[in-house]
Design a protein around this ligand. Structure first.
Ligand SMILES: [Zn+2]
Length: 235
């Protein structure tokens, strides 16, 4: 986390308050030291709190995934192994596995689709990816009525989610590092705040995420089958 004068950073990408820090999206622990220009958004202190835990968490996940097709994954994994040599690292693996257990309070979205992502920390990281990257690409923040359901790729669900997951693969990917992180995105042509995202970590770990209008009686989600989308940033 680097600190600068608030006036240099502008408003927080998440809440609009004056930003005081750089919040990396995804956490910079995902990348090897050598990677320049790790992507970030301006953030206030409260919205950025917990970032160092996100960092650690993603670093540990990279080990569990066993990705060896990305130089970033290899270097981050080696760093993790070195950290295990410290005495205080006892029980670290157990803690990591526990962090991947299902959320108890999984939200059920209309249509009976359980969109919860296992692991509270991973869900938090994914939320920030959607909100942070939306801000980076459009300069806008989501109104409070929008929610961010997400799921692992390949998870069974409603046919709309399966169709979106398949269709977004043909969208261009923006890649960072040596396949460390990539995103694909589609924005709705009718509602700029409806979007569909596909995130990939180290080329092996894949997550679908959405911004949806969630007002109890009203639930709207982008449908890529209806060509209600634009691949280009809205800026
Ligand atoms: Zn904030």
């Amino acid at each position: 986390m680097s600190r600068r004068r608030a006036r240099d950073l502008g408003p927080c990408a998440y809440c609009g308050q004056p930003a005081t820090t750089e919040d990396h999206v995804p956490p910079r622990g995902m990348f090897s030291k050598r990677m320049p220009n790790k992507p970030w958004v301006p953030s206030c202190d409260p919205c950025n709190s917990g970032a160092s835990k996100d960092d650690e968490y993603m670093q540990r996940l990279s080990m569990l995934w066993g990705a060896d097709c990305s130089q970033d994954a290899i270097e981050v994994g080696e760093k993790f192994m070195r950290s295990l040599e410290y005495p205080e690292a006892k029980g670290l693996q157990t803690e990591v596995r526990r962090s991947l257990s299902p959320l108890e309070d999984e939200k059920l979205f209309p249509g009976g689709i359980n969109m919860a992502l296992k692991g509270e920390r991973l869900a938090r990281v994914t939320d920030k990816l959607v909100r942070g990257w939306f801000f980076r690409l459009t300069g806008k923040r989501f109104p409070a009525s929008y929610g961010f359901p997400k799921h692992m790729c390949g998870q069974k669900g409603h046919s709309l989610y399966a169709a979106n997951e398949s269709l977004i693969e043909s969208f261009p990917a923006t890649v960072f590092g040596d396949k460390a992180f990539s995103y694909r995105v589609a924005f709705s042509a009718n509602d700029e705040f409806l979007s569909c995202w596909r995130f990939e970590f180290y080329g092996v770990f894949k997550i679908m995420a959405y911004s949806v209008l969630d007002q109890g009686d009203q639930f709207r989600i982008i449908d890529l089958r209806s060509h209600d989308q634009t691949a280009a940033p809205l800026k």
